[in-house]
Design a protein around this ligand. Structure first.
Ligand code: FE2
Ligand code: FE2
Length: 408
């Protein structure tokens, strides 16, 4: 439609004199004007060109102007209709306005000044309709752009989300795979080492089942102290493997039916370094090796190999040291019988703060006493020692906990 010529006015008037008068008048206003003498000609004009305003007489040779204007409203929505008539009949005016949606009704004989004003207003009306339409068009276009941008953004987001999900899944799968490999490797290694331990136990009947029992005592202390799972797993390895290096100790020393001489003791003490040496190639046992290296350290610094004391020794190392010594007390030796439980507990308490960490002794004694009472059907006293590792470390750094504070 935009390629068609746009005129200001189409005048439909069968009275030639009036038609030419109007043509002249409107042309003088600077308006572009086309003329029609009947409806048929007006229709042809309307198909050829576009008009801002159509000014039609009421009575035309081939019909009523009001009918033509009504018809035109259906096809040329923006074109503004003005009706002229000599019939001073109110009914005609009302009918015209209702059916033709007429913008202005101009009575004949014509008041030219009033007619010019009416056409001016009609042209303004046309322009405002065009502006409205273009605004509506812009808004709709803008909305469509927004909608398509929203759809695009949603698609991008969904794709990104899908990609992240699939990457996460891949990472999860890889992690699970690595974890399963690592746990396979660990359990294979533990199997291998357990069979080594069995070989040592065969060498020294007095150490039979020692690793397993030490591991059990460690678990009892862990339960009381509330150790995290990762530390428990390290301590489990360490307790089973701690004496692995005894495989390198000569039988005459390992199985000597009596106390060791200082030199024999020195040889025996090399089992710690030897265990460390065997485990060194396995990077995932780093923490386990530290715990094992500490199992003969003493709380007061008189142990070996480093002479570490208090919190220089890891909590796991202190736990293992107590468990190890306690199992030794409770086991038969070639040169002495196993201590009974009350005696062994007294020994532990006596060594608390010197050989042993008081916190660990407290935890083991509490657990043993609870166990004994449970076996006798007595109600258990308490569940946990209300101490955290940090709190203990702080207190140990300045002021060792008096032994009796843990036992009441
Ligand atoms: Fe040992
Ligand atoms: Fe041991």
């Amino acid at each position: 439609m935009t390629h068609e010529a746009l005129f200001d006015l189409l005048i439909i008037e069968d009275d030639t004199a009036v038609l030419h008068l109007l043509h002249e008048t409107f042309s003088e206003q600077g308006w572009t004007v086309r003329l029609a003498e009947d409806i048929a000609q007006a229709r042809i004009e309307m198909t050829r060109s576009m008009f801002r305003v159509v000014l039609s007489d009421y009575n035309l040779p081939d019909g009523f102007g009001v009918d033509f204007l009504a018809e035109m409203r259906g096809t040329h929505r923006r074109t503004v209709p003005i009706l002229m008539t000599g019939l001073a009949d109110l009914n005609v005016a009302v009918d015209a306005i209702n059916r033709g949606n007429i913008f202005r009704f101009v009575a004949k004989p014509l008041d030219i000044a009033a007619l010019i004003t009416a056409v001016h207003l009609a042209i303004e009306q046309f322009e405002s309709l065009v502006k409205q339409d273009s605004l509506t068009h812009d808004i709709l276009a803008h909305n469509r752009r927004l909608q398509s941008a929203a759809v695009e953004t949603e698609t991008l987001l969904r794709n990104a989300h899908d990609r992240i999900r699939s990457e996460e899944q891949t990472v999860e799968q890889q992690k699970a795979h690595i974890e399963s490999l690592s746990s396979e490797l660990q359990s294979a290694y533990l199997d291998m080492v357990t069979s080594l331990m069995t070989a040592i136990e065969a060498k020294d009947p007095y150490t039979k089942g020692h690793g397993e029992r030490v591991s059990r005592y460690c678990t009892m202390m862990e339960d009381v102290l509330g150790l995290p799972d990762a530390d428990r797993s390290d301590l489990r390895f360490a307790s089973v493997l701690h004496d692995l290096g005894k495989i390198g100790i000569p039988d005459n020393i390992l199985r000597k039916p009596g106390p060791l001489t200082p030199e024999e003791h020195r040889v025996m003490s090399t089992h710690v370094a030897f265990t460390d040496h065997i485990l060194k190639p396995l990077p995932f046992l780093g923490k386990v090796r530290r715990i094992i290296r500490e199992h003969h350290e003493k709380f007061d610094g008189s142990g070996y190999p480093e002479g570490l004391q208090k919190t220089q020794i890891s909590l796991a190392g202190r736990i293992l040291s107590v468990a190890d010594a306690f199992d030794a007390m409770r086991s038969h030796r070639a040169y002495r019988k196993a201590l009974d439980l009350p005696r062994a507990i007294r020994e532990l308490k006596a060594g608390s703060g010197t050989q042993f960490c008081p916190l660990c002794v407290g935890a083991l004694v509490l657990s043993l006493e609870n166990q004994a009472e449970a076996e006798q059907g007595l109600p258990q006293i308490s569940s946990q020692i209300p101490q955290t590792e940090e709190l203990i470390a702080l207190r140990l750094a300045s002021d060792p906990i008096p032994t009796n504070s843990l036992f009441g």
